[in-house]
Design a binder for this molecule. Structure first.
Ligand code: FCB
Length: 441
C-alpha cells in the first residue's frame, strides 16, 4: 500500500470489525433461537438457506483469530454481543455460559493488546421477542435497555468504546419495509414503528450504559451515497427521499432530535402516537459517531408514483462481489457531512469499510489485489477528510474473517482472512499481508 501508519495522526486506531451471528457459531453455548434462524430457514430468503449455527466457530477459536489480528499490528477489535446468547428468551433467564463467553472474550482481546469495541446488537433478535412483534413493539426499548444494563455491568469496565445498535437502517427499513433482512416483513406500519423504536432503543441503551458508569458510547450508522441517475426533477426528488430515509433519519434524530420532513410526510401516519415526546431520549448525548460505508446507488423514479417511488439502476463503476459499485469518494463525502451536520465536535470512526468477492480459493500473499486497493482508496479518503479538519480517530475493516454474509450466506467473502467452511482453517489473504506491512509489523 502507498500509505503507512505514520500518514495518520498519532493514536489513530486501525481495527477489524466482526459480529456475533456472522462468526461465533450460534449453535454453541446455550444461545437462544433468533429471528435470523427462522428467516434463514424460510425458503427464498437466504442463499442455500444457510444459517449461523457454526459460522466460523469463533466461539471456540477466538484465540486464534485474535492472534492473527494482533500479528497484523491492529489496535482494535470490533465485535458484537448476541442478545440471545446472553438472554435466550430476550428477557429474564440469563445464560451464564453466554455472559461468561463475552467476559472472557473481552479479557482475551485485551491480552492480545487489542482495544475492545463491542456493539450490543448486530441483528440477531431473540425469537421470543420477535414473537411479540420485535422492533414493531414499543416495549422493545425497555427490553433492550435491560440487556444494555446487563452488558454494561459485565464488560463495561474493560472496553474502549461501545455502541448500542449496528446500522439502524438495516434493522428497521431493510428488515421491515424492504423485507430482505430478518424478520422479512414488508409492511409500512411495522417499518415506521421500527424506524422509531430502533433509535428509541438506542437512546434508552445509552442511558442504561451511562447509569452503569460505562464511558465512550457511540452511535454506528450506515450511509449510502444516493446519486440521481439523471437530472429529471422526479429523479432528483426520489434520490433526495432515498438519502433522507437512509442517511438523515437516524442521525438526525440521535443528534438533532428531529426526523426529516420529506420522510415524515409519508411515515407519520404510521408512527406510534406521541412519538415526538421520545425525541429527548433518542437524542441522549453520545461520545462518538461510527460511519459504516460501502457504496453508492444510482436512483431513478419508478413509474408507480407510489411511496417510495424509486428504483435502483446499474452504475458504470467497477463493482464488488455484492454488485456494489466502488465509490470511495462517498466515504470522504459522508465523513465531512457527518462532521458538519451531526457531529457537533464529536470524533468520528469509520466503523466498517471493506469489500466482498466470490473467490473461494486461498490466495497467495501477493494476490487479493482488488481488496488491497479498495482498502487503500478508502484510507486515502479518510486521510483527506482528516487533512481538511474532520476529526476521524479510527478505521475498522469489514471484516477480519470470511463469514456469514446474511442473505448471501457464505458465498460473499469479505475477509482479510480466508475461512474454509468445511475445515474452518483460516488462511491470510494478500490484503492481510499488505495491511500488516502498512502497519509496520
Ligand atoms: C454491513 C453489516 C455487516 C456486513 C457488511 C457487509 O451492513 O453491518 O454485518 O454484512 O454490511
Amino acid at each position: 500500500m502507498q500509505i503507512s501508519r505514520s500518514s495518520f495522526p498519532p493514536g489513530f486506531l486501525f481495527g477489524a470489525a466482526t459480529s456475533s451471528y456472522q462468526i461465533e457459531g450460534h449453535g454453541f453455548g446455550g444461545a437462544g433461537s433468533t429471528h435470523w434462524d427462522s428467516y434463514a430457514a424460510t425458503a427464498g430468503n437466504v442463499f442455500e438457506r444457510e444459517n449461523g449455527r457454526i459460522a466460523c466457530d469463533h466461539y471456540h477459536r477466538f484465540d486464534e483469530d485474535l492472534e492473527i489480528a494482533s500479528g497484523i499490528g491492529l489496535d482494535a477489535w470490533r465485535f458484537s454481543t448476541s442478545w440471545a446468547r446472553v438472554l435466550p428468551e430476550g428477557r429474564g433467564r440469563v445464560n451464564q455460559q453466554g455472559l461468561d463467553f463475552y467476559d472472557c472474550l473481552v479479557d482475551a482481546i485485551l491480552e492480545h493488546g487489542l482495544k475492545p469495541y463491542p456493539t450490543l446488537y448486530h441483528w440477531e433478535l431473540p425469537s421470543a421477542l420477535a414473537d411479540q412483534g420485535g422492533w414493531a413493539n414499543a416495549s422493545i426499548a425497555d427490553w433492550f435497555a435491560d440487556f444494555a444494563e446487563l452488558m454494561g455491568r459485565t464488560i463495561g469496565d474493560r472496553i474502549h468504546g461501545i455502541a448500542p445498535i449496528n446500522e439502524p437502517w438495516c434493522v428497521a427499513w431493510l428488515g421491515h419495509f424492504v423485507g430482505r433482512h430478518a424478520p422479512g416483513t414488508r409492511d409500512i406500519r411495522a417499518a415506521a414503528r421500527a424506524m422509531h423504536h430502533v433509535p428509541l432503543a438506542h437512546g434508552r441503551a445509552v442511558q442504561a450504559l451511562r447509569a452503569q458508569g460505562v464511558a465512550n458510547i457511540g452511535a454506528i450508522v450506515n450511509f449510502e451515497f444516493a446519486q440521481p441517475a439523471d437530472d429529471d426533477p422526479s429523479t432528483v426528488r426520489v434520490a433526495a427521499l432515498y438519502d433522507a430515509i437512509f442517511n438523515r433519519w437516524f442521525l438526525g434524530a440521535m443528534r438533532n432530535a428531529c426526523y426529516p420532513d420529506v420522510v415524515l410526510e409519508h411515515l407519520e401516519p404510521h408512527l406510534p402516537s406521541g412519538w415526538a415526546a421520545d425525541m429527548p431520549a433518542i437524542s441522549t448525548p453520545v461520545d462518538w459517531i461510527g460511519v459504516n460505508y460501502y457504496t453508492r446507488k444510482l436512483i431513478k423514479a419508478d413509474d408507480s408514483k407510489l411511496f417510495p417511488g424509486w428504483q435502483e439502476v446499474p452504475g458504470p463503476l467497477p463493482n464488488t462481489g455484492m454488485g456494489w459499485e466502488i465509490y470511495p469518494e462517498g466515504l470522504g463525502y459522508f465523513l465531512s457531512r457527518v462532521h458538519e451536520e451531526y457531529a457537533h465536535g464529536l470524533p468520528i470512526y469509520v466503523t466498517e469499510s471493506g469489500m466482498a468477492d466470490l473467490h473461494n480459493t486461498v490466495s497467495l500473499p501477493l494476490e487479493d489485489q482488488l481488496r488491497t486497493e479498495y482498502i487503500q482508496m478508502h484510507l486515502d479518503q479518510t486521510l483527506r477528510a482528516i487533512n481538511s479538519g474532520v476529526d476521524v480517530r479510527g478505521f475498522f475493516i469489514w471484516s477480519m474473517l470470511d463469514n456469514y454474509e446474511w442473505a448471501h450466506g457464505y458465498k460473499q467473502r469479505f475477509g482479510l482472512v480466508h475461512v474454509d467452511f468445511e475445515t474452518l482453517v483460516r488462511t491470510r489473504k494478500g490484503s492481510c499481508h499488505a495491511l500488516q506491512q502498512m502497519l509496520g509489523n
